[in-house]
Design a protein around this ligand. Structure first.
Ligand SMILES: [Zn+2]
Length: 164
């Protein structure tokens, strides 16, 4: 439930506060309501996300375009972050079950042609990136699966993406 419906709700809600949704105020009017300081912090955090995705090589010579996927990647990461915030209040929360459920929602068969099409035509990251990049942002993932420095899924705390 947390990894499926909960995540989807949190993902969609977080779109209200991504680079597009945040341009609208509480009444739904396009209005720049940010303080310049908050806007600068948000843009710096978003740039870190863009840079991270820009550096992902999917196929030899083919990288993700971080700017294209940034709003959806923000919603993916902040959606799971919202669920993690809730999970941390639940004693005995089953993180393994959560991560498996979340990953299963993006499990799919694909092909070189399909992935190339998505990379050039879709503002969502490829499915495996929606799983791998997102889960590696969280200590709970590292602890649940005993991921250590040097492992393929390891991401150092200072390299993790925090939008909110
Ligand atoms: Zn979305």
């Amino acid at each position: 439930m947390y990894g499926t419906v909960g995540y989807v709700l949190a993902h969609e809600m977080s779109h209200c506060f991504d680079e597009n949704g945040s341009q609208f105020d509480k009444d739904g009017r396009m209005n720049d309501w940010w303080t310049p300081e908050d806007k600068a912090k948000f843009e710096a955090r978003l740039q870190k996300l863009i840079d991270y995705f820009d550096n992902i090589t999917v196929f030899e010579g083919v990288n993700v375009d971080g700017k294209v996927v940034s709003a959806e990647a923000t919603a993916d990461i902040t959606g799971v972050q919202a669920i993690m915030g809730l999970a941390r209040t639940r004693e005995g929360f089953d993180y393994d079950k959560f991560f498996r459920s979340y990953a299963k929602s993006y499990a799919c068969y694909s092909s070189y042609k399909r992935d190339l099409f998505i990379l050039g035509d879709d503002n969502h990251p490829l499915s495996y990136l929606r799983t791998n990049v997102v889960v590696q942002q969280f200590d709970e993932f590292m602890e649940t699966y005993d991921v250590k420095e040097g492992d393929g899924m390891y991401l150092a705390p200072e390299d993790r993406i925090t939008i909110w």
